[in-house]
Design a protein. Structure first.
Length: 200
């Protein structure tokens, strides 16, 4: 993160540094082998292919959607909502929160953000602040049933004595904390903007 913020390296180069660090740690613990490298490489190809397929599908969807004037329709809808820019922002946040119940955050980012981002920025919202608000909102998609990834991870490591319903109920306070964080960031936007303003 330091190299990215300082402008020394790109995210890809910084990821390579992280990979080298992981290799050094694995060697230090005596867990490094060619088989592990091949397994990691295969998993990396799978995840990268999945993300690119989603990106291609989202790009095609956006292209067709824009071709039929859908982006102008959404912009017109947001601009004419009751409550002005506040009403538009709350509506977008609510729709993203509900989409998080059924879609992965990657799909939401690639499909929805390019459609609603420009109109909201055009209404005067700071792009950095808006990006952080969307990111915090999308964090709840890891927790919201039925398709929250964190719920599946937890289901995989706990014993059979812990029921899935108990896991669903257990994440409710954490979802509430995420929503409280969104409210705090809305009330005190300088919490988000002071560090970028200080660095850049």
């Amino acid at each position: 993160m330091g190299s990215i913020l300082a402008g020394i390296g790109t995210p890809t180069e910084s990821a390579a540094i992280g990979a080298i660090g992981a290799i050094v740690l694995a060697m230090g613990r005596g867990n490094f082998s060619f088989n592990i490298v091949m397994k990691v490489a295969r998993e990396t190809v799978k995840i990268t292919s999945m993300i690119f397929m989603i990106l291609i599908g989202a790009s095609l969807f956006s292209l067709v959607f824009r071709g039929f004037g859908g982006d102008q329709l959404i912009e017109h809808f947001l601009v004419n909502l009751p409550g002005g820019d506040v009403g538009a922002f709350v509506t977008v946040m609510l729709v993203m929160f509900l989409m998080g119940f059924f879609l992965d955050f990657i799909e939401i980012i690639f499909i929805m953000v390019p459609l609603v981002g420009p109109p909201l920025i055009g209404m005067g919202f700071d792009p950095i602040w808006l990006g952080v608000m969307i990111a915090v909102n999308l964090q709840t998609s890891f927790l919201t049933p039925p398709f929250g990834f964190s719920l599946f991870y937890l289901r995989g490591v706990v014993s059979d004595e812990v029921k899935t319903n108990d896991i669903y109920l257990g994440v409710l306070p954490f979802i509430a904390l995420q929503l409280l964080a969104l409210f705090i960031f809305w009330t005190f936007p300088d919490i988000i903007s002071w560090l970028p303003n200080l660095i850049f």
